[in-house]
Design a protein around this ligand. Structure first.
Ligand code: MN
Length: 194
């Protein structure tokens, strides 16, 4: 069993102007494809061959296999959590309840999450996850780390490696982070909750 590319549930230009078709072509078509291919080739003939990407992320020792599997998982969650731009896009139901319980309001959550993503030094990710008690937490993860490694259930991840936004926003990471809320598919996030 090889690790597969996730299939995009939208057209390559469907996330414009927040994420351009050109960025999808590079980020999904080149970067993610390379992480998937590299993970598959590195685990071939090892004890990790045939394991799911989640199992590899949980158990692989630090090094190339873990780094590539981490980025495969990160980007698979990332690309499946978006939808075409919508005005006043906010979580509803269970996600909204959990966000309000943990952070007070959606506005307060966005502020704290954006700060985590904006202040992450270098390359990495900001994540919203559930802890073992089902409570929501925000974490900063360096490079290709995924919250799963620390026993959390990842729900929403924002990539702040420069390749995620440089073609569309150049150095303006904060502007990218402001725009990205309009394309989050909160129903996908809810489906990931335990
Ligand atoms: Mn990326």
């Amino acid at each position: 069993m090889k690790i597969d590319m996730p299939r995009l549930p939208y057209a390559e230009d469907a996330l414009e102007p927040v994420i351009s078709k050109q960025t999808i072509n590079f980020h999904y078509g080149k970067h993610l494809q390379n992480y998937v291919n590299t993970t598959n080739s590195l685990v071939e003939g090892t004890a990790l061959e045939g394991k799911s990407v989640e199992e590899i992320v949980k158990s692989a020792p630090e090094g190339p296999v873990y780094n590539n599997a981490g980025q495969t998982l990160n980007h698979s969650l990332y690309f499946l959590q978006f939808m075409p731009q919508a005005d006043n896009n906010e979580p509803k139901g269970r996600v909204a309840d959990a966000i309000n319980a943990a952070f007070g309001s959606f506005g307060e959550f966005k502020e704290r999450f954006t700060k985590a993503a904006a202040t992450l030094f270098g390359s990495g990710w900001a994540w919203l996850s559930q802890d073992r008690d089902g409570r929501l937490v925000i974490t900063q993860e360096a490079n290709g780390d995924n919250p799963l490694r620390g026993g959390l259930n990842p729900l929403l991840g924002i990539d702040v490696w420069e390749h995620a936004y440089y073609l569309d926003f150049q150095n303006r990471r904060a502007d990218h982070l402001t725009a990205i809320w309009s394309i989050i598919n909160w129903e996908v996030v809810e489906d990931r909750m335990k």
